[in-house]
Design a protein around this ligand. Structure first.
Ligand code: ADP
Ligand code: ADP
Length: 224
C-alpha cells in the first residue's frame, strides 16, 4: 500500500511520515530530503536544486520526476512507500501514477493535512532538523530529549535556511497555488482524505491510520 502526504510547508508531513516508517515499516520517500542530501554532496543536481530551494521555488519537474524515478528503481519491490513532499504539482502526480503503473502498483490513499498559515509560520520558525537523516523537532511542540541533539541518531540539529520568514511566505504561496489542481486530481480518483493537521502529533497519526485504511502495527492482516 502506497500513501501520499500532501500539505503546506510545516503541516507535519515529515513528522507523520517518520512515524509511519518507525511504527509500520513504511519507506519514507521525501524529495526535500533527497535534494538536501544532493546539496550536501556538492553534485551538479545539488547545485541546481539549491538555486531553487534557497528562493522557496520548486525545482523543475523533469529533475524532480527523474529523482523519484531513480529512487523508486532502487526501492525494494515489496516496499510500502509514504511520499512526503512529492507530488507538489499536477504533472508530478500524473508522472507518479505512470511510474507506479509500470510496476503494477498504484497510490492507495492521499492524505491532505490542513493547517492554517499562522500555525505553519509558528511551526517553521521553531523547526530543528537532524543533520544525519532529517528527523524533525520543534522547540516547543516536539523538543528533543537533549537540546540540539537528535533522539534517534545523536546527530546535530540545525535550522533550515529556507525556514526564514521571507522564504516561508513564498513557499506557502507556491503551495496554495499548486494544491488546487492536486485536490481535483486525487479527488476525482476517490483516494483523497482531508485531516485537521492542527491537532497534536499523535492524534494526527491516529487519524491517518483510520482514514487511510492502514492496519495498525501488530494488528492482524485484513482478509484479502
Ligand atoms: P517542507 O517539508 O517544508 O514542505 P521540503 O523539504 O519538502 O519542504 O522541500 C524543500 C524544498 O525542496 C522545496 O521548497 C523545493 O524547493 C524543493 N522540493 C521538494 N520537493 C519538491 C517537489 N516535489 N517538486 C519541486 N521541488 C521540490
Ligand atoms: P513538513 O514536513 O510538512 O514541512 P514537519 O513535519 O517538518 O512539516 O513539521 C514542521 C514543524 O512542526 C516541526 O518542527 C515539527 O516538529 C512540528 N510539528 C509537526 N507536526 C506537529 C503537530 N501536529 N503539532 C505541533 N507541531 C508539529
Amino acid at each position: 500500500m502506497h500513501l501520499i502526504l500532501l500539505g503546506a510547508p510545516g503541516s507535519g508531513k515529515g513528522t507523520q511520515a517518520e512515524l509511519l516508517a518507525k511504527r509500520l515499516g513504511y519507506t519514507h520517500l521525501a524529495t526535500g530530503d533527497l535534494f538536501r542530501e544532493a546539496v550536501r554532496g556538492g553534485s551538479e543536481l545539488g547545485r541546481l536544486a539549491q538555486s531553487y530551494m534557497e528562493r522557496g521555488a520548486l525545482v523543475p519537474d523533469e529533475v524532480t520526476i527523474g529523482l523519484v524515478r531513480e529512487r523508486l528503481e532502487r526501492a525494494n519491490p515489496t516496499a510500502q512507500i509514504v511520499f512526503d513532499g512529492y507530488p507538489r504539482k499536477w504533472v508530478q502526480a500524473r508522472a507518479l501514477d505512470e511510474l507506479l503503473a509500470s510496476r503494477g502498483e498504484k497510490i492507495d490513499a492521499v492524505i491532505l493535512l490542513n493547517v492554517s498559515t499562522p500555525i505553519l509560520v509558528e511551526r517553521l520558525s521553531g523547526r530543528w532538523v537532524c543533520r544525519a537523516q532529517g528527523h524533525n523537532y520543534h522547540l516547543a511542540f516536539h523538543p528533543p530529549r537533549v537540546a540540539g541533539v537528535c533522539d534517534v541518531d545523536g546527530a546535530e540539529l540545525y535550522q533550515r535556511d529556507d525556514d526564514r520568514p521571507e522564504v516561508v511566505q513564498r513557499r506557502i504561496a507556491v503551495f496554495l497555488r499548486e494544491i488546487v489542481p492536486l485536490i481535483a486530481y486525487y479527488g476525482a480518483q476517490g483516494v483523497l482524505h482531508e485531516i485537521d493537521g492542527a491537532q497534536e502529533i499523535e492524534a494526527v497519526h491516529r487519524q491517518i491510520l483510520s482514514v487511510g485504511g492502514i492496519p495498525k502495527a501488530g494488528s492482524p492482516p485484513r482478509p484479502a
